[in-house]
Every structure is written in C-alpha cells, then in structure tokens.
Ligand binder design. Structure first.
Ligand code: ADP
Length: 398
C-alpha cells in the first residue's frame, strides 16, 4: 500500500509518499508560501539527481495539494504512475485536545472535534483541517487518518497536566498541559528500547526533541508521564524564537510598560524570543554557534542558557521518575549539535551518565553515545514522524 503523509502548516506543506511494503520513501517534497506571493513546490526522489520545482500561484492548500498530486505522478521525480495508486492519506494534526489519545480514521465526527480544538491551536489546526478538506475534494473516497502531536502525552497523570491555577480554568477552557512532538517522542523512545534490546515496559526514558521547537518528555514503561511543552508549544525549553519557561508575572509587567496587548505578548514570546531574541542574531543554532566562536558574548550566554534548560529538565524528570535508564537526543539540534549534546551531558556522572566523546562525534545516525560503563545510556536517534504517521495510517485503514 502506498500512503501519502501530509504535514500542513499555515503557509507550508511537507509531504512524503511511502510504500508500506518495505517502508520505502518514494518521494519527498515541500510546498512553501501557500496563499502568498512566490508559492513554490520542491520535490525530490531518492537516487534521482536534481529536483522538481514548480513555481506558480497557490492561493490555498487545495491548490497546493493539486500540485503535490501532479508531482507524485511526475515521470522523473514522482513515485506512482497514477493517482489511484495512493491508497490512503495520513495527516499530521497538531492538537487533538483531550479527545484523541491515539490516531483515528477521519470521519465527519472527527473533523467536528478538530474544529473544536482550533481554539487550542489557532495557528496550526486550521491548516491541518484545510489539508484534510482539500484531500476530500481531490481524492474522494481515499481513506484518511489523523495522527496527533498531543496523543502520546494523554497518558500523563493529572498531577503532571494540571497547572497551579484555579481548577475552573481547566473545566471551563481546558487550560492544562497537553504536550507536543508526541509522535517523535513515541518513535524515538521505542527505537531506544529496540537499540538497547530491552522491553520498553522496563525502561525509564527521557527524550529530548531539540529542533526549531523543542521539548523533553519523561517516558516510564513506554508511557509519557510528563513533558515540557504545555497548554501551547511555548512552555519549557528555550527554542529558536520561543522563550520557554518564564515568570508569568513578566506579562502584566510588559503590558503596562510596553503597552502590549494579548497579540503583542504572544508575538513577543513565540516569534521574537528564544536564542533569536536573546542574541538578536538568528533563530538558527548554527548561526549562534558561529557567533559564539567569534566571541559574541550574548551568543555564548544563550548557548549556555539553552543547554542548562535541557539539563534542568533531564534532572527534574530523572527525579520525577525515580531514575532514568536512557536519555535520547533527536531533531535538528539533537541530531546535529555535537557540542550541544556534549554540554548538556557534561557533569552528569553523578546521575550515572558518561558521554563517549568519540561516539558522540556524529550527525544524524542512530548510535549509543555513552560509554560502555555508563549506567544511564545516552542515544542519538534521528526522528521519523512521517514513518509513524504512515504506520498508524496503514494500521487503521487495513
Ligand atoms: P523543525 O522541524 O522544528 O523546524 P528541525 O528539527 O529541522 O526543526 O531543526 C532545525 C534546527 O536544527 C535548525 O534551526 C538548526 O538550528 C538546527 N541544526 C540543523 N543542522 C545543525 C547543525 N549541523 N548543527 C547544529 N544545529 C543544527
């Protein structure tokens, strides 16, 4: 069965066509600037040189998905001969609220529930719904599955997901910790157990998904018991442009001092903060590392603050679970940031973590990066959210 995996953002769309017979990626693409000037689709096929590039106006996701489907049957860069070979579509959905603790086949009821979740993820869920509706139009009758970023975290106990706020804010508005990147945390924790040759039920794992957005999860016996992102993907770690944990009292203070309203505050915390805001240089880790090497003090401080925040969560989650067997690094920075992994795991011998610096000197490959005698294993595991989405889709439409 060939499955199309779609990850629709507000103005972008990532996709992969996967043959589930051998889990081979047939082609992979990205559409950017949907609904704005300069819309562009780029698609690649493994083993074929060059790229399919389509530059033409795409006023919405439907326009974009039509071009994606044309790309999929492209003679050079496509993965199938006819559209009818695409037997199912798996959609990444950011927010499933409390309604979805696992992936589901998309029905009218599910769509209505997704609309209910828009309030919780106003930037993401509308784009996900647009993607689903566009597929219904263009691929009528092809089954679709929704895979939620929040689902894996639904096993958290109340004590982890309730905030120290008046309880009625939870009952009235659903104000609680949901957690995100669940598909990635689930995938890498399962891979970690497989790599260590252990049953996941016997392991306490801390997974660090360090990308543009970043979060840490505490996974005990295969179940998420706590995670650093919260009601929205803002809480927790310092990220590319997001501030992560701050004293909430800063917000009313800034409302008065800077005259910021809700949108102004949200923009400041989500788009103008993180390593970008701290340095004024860039949200890209490589730029900050470069600037730090050249002696930029703010960049040096931002990197230490970033590493320390991850350290703090690892310590907290080890304490919360009563120990830890494995620490996993994944996503852009986690997979490529050799120095970052080294700094995060430095001085952690007290916890039983000993980094093998030589083994750590690698990018984007599955590998144990702790020493033989390290009682806590450290692992580098490239994430593969698309594969999880495709597997869940296959399981639900079979
Ligand atoms: P997302 O999917 O959240 O957009 P990614 O997981 O792709 O993000 O991570 C993107 C980030 O990974 C980039 O912003 C960059 O900071 C970081 N990154 C990529 N390559 C490297 C590298 N070689 N060294 C350090 N950081 C890197």
């Amino acid at each position: 069965m060939k499955i199309l995996v779609l990850n629709c953002g507000s103005s972008s769309l990532k996709y992969q066509l996967i043959d589930m017979l051998n889990e081979e990626v047939l082609c992979i693409g990205l559409v950017e600037r949907i609904g704005i000037e300069g819309s562009i689709l780029k698609q690649e096929k493994d083993g074929v040189e060059g790229k399919l590039v389509v530059e033409q106006p795409m006023k919405n996701h439907q326009d974009a998905i039509k071009l994606v489907l044309e790309g999929l049957i492209d003679a050079t860069y496509g993965g199938v001969k006819e559209m009818s070979e695409i037997e199912a579509v798996g959609h990444r959905v950011v927010h499933g609220g409390e309604k979805f603790a696992g992936s589901v086949k998309i029905t009218d009821e599910v769509k209505a529930a997704l609309v209910d979740c828009i309030e919780l993820a106003p930037l993401h869920n509308p784009a996900n719904i647009m993607g689903i509706e566009a597929c219904e139009e263009i691929l009528p009758g092809v089954p679709m599955v929704g895979v939620f970023d929040t689902a894996f975290h639904q096993t958290m106990p109340k004590s982890s997901y309730l905030y120290g706020l008046p309880h009625e804010l939870y009952t009235k508005y659903g104000v609680r910790r949901y957690g995100f990147h669940g598909t990635s945390h689930k995938y890498v924790s399962q891979r970690a157990a497989a790599m260590l040759g252990k049953d996941i039920k016997d392991l306490k794992i801390i997974t660090c998904h360090l990308g543009n957005g970043a979060s840490v999860a505490a996974i005990d016996g295969g179940k998420c018991v706590d995670t650093s992102m919260g009601f929205t993907p803002l809480e927790g770690l310092i990220m590319g442009t997001r501030c992560g944990d701050i004293d909430a009292a800063i917000l009313p203070f800034l409302m008065e001092k800077e005259g910021l309203d809700a949108k102004g505050l949200s923009d400041m915390m989500n788009k103008k903060s993180g390593i970008y805001g701290m340095t004024g240089i860039s949200s890209d880790f490589r730029d900050i590392e470069g600037a730090a090497k050249e002696g930029n003090e703010l960049a040096q401080v931002a990197l230490v603050a970033y590493d320390n925040r991850v350290k703090k969560y690892i310590g907290a989650y080890a304490a919360e679970m009563g120990g830890v067997d494995a620490i996993v690094f994944t996503a852009g920075v986690g997979e490529n940031g050799i120095a970052t992994r080294e700094k995060i795991l430095s001085n952690m011998e007290f916890l039983g973590v000993k980094l093998d610096k030589e083994a750590n000197n690698v990018r984007g490959k599955e590998r144990v990066i702790s020493t033989e005698d390290s009682t806590v294993k450290a692992l580098l595991i490239p994430t593969n959210e698309e594969l999880v989405i495709a597997r869940d889709t296959l399981a639900l439409v079979k």
